[in-house]
Design a protein. Structure first.
Lengths: 588, 177
């Protein structure tokens, strides 16, 4: 994939020339080959956790500490999410290294999350020795079988000679086309065996049976351009694919020429600055009012790098029936999967937009664009203003995010968990830079944010990383505070604490007659916990102190946990109820 | 319900069968029959999977999901009239002393089936044909004691001029032919 090729490290094409550290250069064992393959692939960071069946690899790693920064997490799920955070901000595969059995099964949630959110990841998992396979040996789990439906590709290495080829294939598959997680299961015997030929590493460039199309077919681009040029009320949906393809610049050029309004999906956020005049908001269940309602008014929808998730479409059988659809996608299986595409264009978003720009007519669609402003005014008056200027006793989530957005000038990388705080963070953070939202979209994995924020900070050391976390989510992976402290990463974490599993409570309130079934939490003292881990923190429960508390957090040298006590029973609106059509969006 | 025959060309690797069938399981599509063999190209396997489905659209989506597997080179979905297909069946018939004697002439001429093994007091008859042929013959054989009956999955070739392997991605193929 071109986007990846451009970030390739220097050693890219070379047969590995790194000097062998402890052994004669020609003959090394599987574990050493693995290390040298990682170095040749340009891997500088690994998130991992050692254990019995991966010990030979950890032994080899001991000699590679100067070239590979291994980060010891506290739980393998943390390694997975940290690798995701790293991958999301760098565009390169996040690498995990864990042991067999429980080590591998603990990674499963993160792998599934990475698959559905198209995140490149290479998971290297130990396995019992070849002779013990299938004998119910200690810490043996059928990891290939378990991860088959949730990986883009997986493979079991049982022969040390396979290491270089399989590793290069793994990185190529994970990072090319529609990115995704790859799992390599390596038996302990293969880790220990000597290679019977000299180590040589060549980066994989193609696989006969796997050829993602990057450059689109000319006739598909022309058909799309024709629909776009004839459209009276065209509307662009931007998904995660645009940022994955690093096509933000092409997108801007395309929309500024055509004057077409742009909405994003949850994961598409931050592709375009929220103050861009053509940006109209985001789509879906808790997206904006006008962006949802006006999907039913558009005559041509141009969907770029998105997959019409049910949280975007609501009732898909009633969705955009009036519109022609141009669907720009790198994954052909997404075409017609949910919504019929009148003009599908298979290709990398960057390549497609480049091809499309010269074929589309300049336009400005002023009247159509102004319709969005009408709905914006309604939403502003009925939701945004009351949420930001309330004088209630308790702080509202919206106020925290709005203030954070102002104080960070919209320049931070925002990492969110899953639930009400996630939706509020998306609503109120004013993104100014691309690649600035890291969130678990498709899988909706609670506990994602803390380790992902850590990984994002490791991947983007020059940027301010702020995690916004719910009190429920935080307790799923809070052990990773230890990882953050040990590695001295200046992650700032904000817990929006309402003592509830807020989103579930909201649904119970709205759709289950306020029968609050197991959603109230008796929480620990989060700040004491943070201090126990050696991390500073403070609690803020008064509106008057919020600004100072945020300043303290942002100015703090090192990691910091800020707990904000927010209103207990707050709801996120607008909301398209599950299974309803987008036009049935509720403002209260 | 319409019968679809899905031909999948893949690299010959361990675990691929599982990866393919997961796609059917997840969509709750029952596999009626499945046959795997190596093709005229070395290292290329051919899966022939028969399913019944109401919606052509869903079968097309299924085909695209299968194509997405890294080791899959090409996938073709067919209706019955677009392919030549066959199955093979073996019937093990008891022939103890004093039992009704087999009418080998009818078996050969009318049913195009052949006795392929003579045991001491049984025979094994082989028949190729489609589902209906094989069951018609089964009905006929009910007058004898059927000890065992087994039939294979469908194998099929397209009615196109070219061989399907011609559609595979270009590479340095080694041929058996």
């Amino acid at each position: 994939m071109e986007a990846i090729a451009s970030t390739e490290p220097e050693i890219a094409h070379a047969v590995d020339t790194a000097p062998a550290v402890t052994l004669a250069p020609a003959y090394i064992n599987g574990s050493q080959a693995l290390m040298r393959a990682l170095v040749a692939e340009g891997v500088d960071t690994i998130f991992g956790y050692p254990g019995g069946a991966i010990m030979p690899v950890y032994d080899a790693l001991y000699d590679f500490q100067d070239r590979i920064n291994h980060i010891l997490v506290r739980h393998e799920q943390g390694a997975g999410h940290a690798a995701q955070g790293y991958a999301r901000v760098t565009g390169r595969a996040g690498v995990c290294l864990v042991t067999s059995g429980p080590g591998a099964t603990n990674l499963v949630t993160a792998i599934a999350d990475a698959l559905i959110d198209s995140t490149p990841m290479v998971c290297i998992v130990g396995q019992v020795g070849k002779k013990l396979l299938g004998t119910d040996a200690f810490q043996e789990a059928d990891v290939i079988g378990i991860t088959m439906p949730i990986t883009k590709w997986n493979y079991q290495i049982t022969d040390a000679n396979e290491v270089p080829d399989i590793l290069s294939k793994a990185f190529y598959i994970a990072q090319s086309g529609r990115p995704g997680p790859v799992l390599i299961d390596i038996t302990k015997s293969a880790q220990l065996e000597m290679l019977t030929k000299p180590f040589a590493y060549e980066r994989c460039r193609s696989i006969v049976s796997y050829r993602p199309r990057l450059v689109p077919k000319k006739e598909q681009v022309e058909a799309a351009a024709k629909l776009i040029n004839e459209a009276k009320r065209p509307y662009i949906f931007v998904g995660h694919g645009v940022q994955i393809a690093k096509a933000e610049g092409e997108l801007l050029e395309f929309i500024e020429k055509t004057g077409i309004p742009v909405a994003t999906t949850l994961l598409g956020q931050s592709t375009i600055s929220t103050n861009h005049p053509l940006y109209v908001g985001w789509l879906g269940m808790h997206g904006n009012y006008g962006t949802n309602v006006l999907t039913d008014e558009a005559d041509v929808i141009i969907a770029i790098g998105m997959r019409f998730d049910d949280r975007v479409t609501g009732d898909a059988s009633k969705y955009i029936k009036q519109a022609k659809v141009v669907h720009i996608e790198i994954d052909p299986s997404e075409i017609d999967k949910i919504i019929h595409a009148d003009a599908p264009v298979i290709g990398d978003a960057k390549e497609v937009l480049k091809a499309l720009i010269p074929l589309v007519n300049a336009n400005d669609h002023t009247v159509w664009r102004n319709e969005f402003r009408k709905y914006e005014a309604i939403e502003h008056e009925q939701i945004t203003v009351p949420e930001l200027t309330n004088n209630g006793e308790k702080i509202k989530m919206a106020e925290v995010i709005d203030m954070l957005s102002t104080k960070t000038k919209g320049e931070a990388i925002l990492v969110t968990d899953v639930g009400q705080h996630q939706m509020m963070a998306s609503r109120y953070y004013q993104f100014r830079r691309p690649n600035s939202l890291v969130t678990s979209g498709g899988m909706g994995t609670m506990g994602f944010a803390l380790p992902a924020a850590f990984g994002a900070q490791v991947g983007a050391p020059d940027r301010q990383v702020v995690a916004v976390i719910g009190d429920g989510c935080f307790q799923m992976t809070l052990q990773e505070l230890g990882t953050i402290v040990q590695n001295k990463q200046p992650v700032k974490a904000i817990i929006l604490n309402n003592n509830f599993l807020g989103m579930v409570r909201q649904w119970q309130q709205l759709f289950h007659d306020r029968r609050y079934s197991f959603v109230e939490l008796q929480n620990p003292d989060f700040i004491t916990i943070a201090r126990g881990f050696g991390m500073d923190g403070q609690t803020c429960s008064e509106r008057d102190n919020l600004s100072d508390a945020l300043d303290t957090m942002l100015a703090h040298d090192g990691p910091f946990l800020l707990e904000v006590i927010v209103e207990k029973e707050e709801n996120v609106f607008p909301m398209v109820p599950a299974g309803a059509s987008v036009s049935q969006i509720r403002l209260k | 319900m319409t019968t679809y025959t899905i031909c999948i060309f893949t690299e010959n690797t361990i675990g691929l069968l599982n990866r393919i069938t997961i796609i059917f399981t997840r969509r709750r599509i029952n596999i009626e029959s499945l046959t795997v063999s190596e093709t005229e190209r070395k290292g290329v396997s051919r899966f022939t999977i028969v399913i019944q489905h109401e919606s052509r659209e869903d079968v097309e989506k299924l085909v695209r999901q299968i194509r997405k597997i890294v080791e899959v080179m090409a996938v073709f979905g067919y209706l019955n009239d677009e392919i030549v297909f066959n199955e093979i069946a073996l019937y093990k018939i008891a022939t103890p002393l004093g039992a009704k004697s087999l009418d080998v002439e009818t078996i050969n001429k009318q049913y195009k089936a052949w006795v392929v093994y003579w045991g001491l007091d049984y025979v094994v008859i082989e028949k190729t044909g489609n589902n209906d042929d094989i069951f018609a013959f089964f009905e006929y054989l009910k007058q004898y004691e059927i000890l065992e009956f087994v039939r294979s999955g469908r194998v099929a070739v397209g009615k196109t001029e070219k061989g399907l392997v011609e559609y595979l991605p270009e590479a340095e193929w080694a041929y058996y032919l």
